[in-house]
Design a protein around this ligand. Structure first.
Ligand SMILES: NC(=O)c1ccc[n+]([C@@H]2O[C@H](COP(=O)([O-])OP(=O)(O)OC[C@H]3O[C@@H](n4cnc5c(N)ncnc54)[C@H](OP(=O)(O)O)[C@@H]3O)[C@@H](O)[C@H]2O)c1
Length: 245
C-alpha cells in the first residue's frame, strides 16, 4: 500500500515548483490532492480523481487572499468532506537591503508567507481529525542572515515559530505540525536570483548543487505520512547540508 492511500491532501500553492512536486508525489502515493494556484483553470480536475487511486483536483485561488482560502476550504468540505494532510507551500521572496525596504514589499511578503499561512492553517484545522498532519514549507533562510533577504528570512522564522506553538496546541487533537525547510532549490524562485547570489549560495552547500523540487517533496511526504507518526514541531532541512555542518 502506498503511504497516502485514501488520504485527502490539500496543498495551498500546489502547482509548479516545490508545491507542484509535492502534489504530484502525494498523488503518486495514493492521495487525492486538492492543489490551489492563481493560474488553475476554473473548471474541471487536471487529472482524474477516483476513490481507488490518487489524483489531483486543481482549484483556482490566490493564496494571499483570505476570501479565496475560505472558498477553498468550503469547497473541500463539500467535495471531499475532510482533510488528512494540509501543506501550506505558497510563498514569495524579494530582495531588499535595510534602507530600501518598502512597505509594499513587507506587506506582500508577510501577507502571504505569514498572514495567509496562519489563516490557511486556521481554516483547515476544522476539517482535520486525529492522525492529521500539517506541513508548512519554511526555508533555511529562517536561520541565515543572507544580505537583502531580511524580510523573507524573518517571515520564514515566523513560520518556524508557528509550527512550535501549533504542534503543542494541536497535539491534544492528534494533529501533527512540522516544517520542511528547503535550501536553495531549482525553481522559478531561485531562477530570479542573481548569478552572484547563486554562486555565494552554492559555496555554502556541502553537496555542491541546488536541490530539486522532488527532493523537497520526498521530505514533505515523510512528514505528511504516518511514517513520521512521532514527529511534531520539527523542522526538516532539505539543504544539501548547508545549515547542518
Ligand atoms: N526555491 C527555493 O530555493 C526555496 C528555498 C527555500 C524555501 N522555498 C519556499 O518554497 C515555497 C515554494 O517556492 P518555489 O521555490 O516552488 O517557488 P515558485 O515556483 O515561485 O512557487 C511559489 C508558490 O507561491 C505562490 N505564490 C507566489 N507569489 C504569490 C502571490 N503573490 N500570491 C499568492 N501566491 C503566490 C505560487 O502560487 P501560484 O501558482 O498561484 O503562482 C506558488 O505556489 C515557498 O514558500 C518558498 O519560500 C523555496
Amino acid at each position: 500500500m502506498s503511504s497516502l492511500t485514501n488520504k485527502i491532501a490539500v496543498v495551498i500553492g500546489g502547482v509548479g515548483g516545490i508545491g507542484g512536486a509535492i502534489s504530484e508525489r502525494f498523488a503518486a502515493e495514493g492521495a487525492q490532492v486538492v492543489a490551489t494556484s492563481r493560474t488553475a483553470p476554473l473548471d474541471g480536475p487536471a487529472t482524474a480523481v477516483s476513490p481507488a487511486e490518487g489524483g489531483i483536483r486543481l482549484q483556482r485561488a490566490n493564496a494571499s487572499s483570505l476570501a479565496d482560502l475560505k472558498q477553498v476550504f468550503d469547497t473541500v468540505r463539500k467535495e471531499e468532506g475532510r482533510i488528512d494532510v494540509l501543506v501550506i507551500n505558497a510563498g514569495l521572496s524579494e530582495f531588499a537591503m535595510l534602507g530600501d525596504i518598502s512597505e509594499d514589499l513587507f506587506d506582500r511578503t508577510f501577507g502571504l508567507n505569514v498572514r495567509a499561512l496562519l489563516f490557511a492553517a486556521q481554516g483547515g484545522i476544522d476539517l482535520m481529525q486525529p492522525g492529521g498532519s500539517i506541513v508548512l514549507v519554511g526555508s533555511i533562510a529562517d536561520v541565515v542572515g543572507t544580505k537583502g533577504y531580511g524580510v523573507y528570512s524573518a517571515s520564514k522564522a515566523a513560520v518556524r515559530s508557528f509550527a512550535r506553538t501549533w504542534a503543542n496546541e494541536l497535539a491534544v487533537k492528534g494533529i501533527r505540525v512540522n516544517v520542511v525547510s528547503p535550501g536553495p532549490t531549482d525553481t522559478a524562485m531561485m531562477g530570479a536570483a542573481s548569478d552572484e547570489l547563486l554562486a555565494a549560495l552554492l559555496k555554502m552547500i556541502p553537496l555542491g548543487r541546488l536541490g530539486r523540487p522532488d527532493e523537497v517533496a520526498a521530505a514533505a511526504l515523510f512528514l505528511a505520512s504516518d511514517q513520521s507518526s512521532f514527529t511534531t514541531g520539527a523542522e526538516l532541512c532539505v539543504d544539501g547540508g548547508g545549515t547542518q555542518v
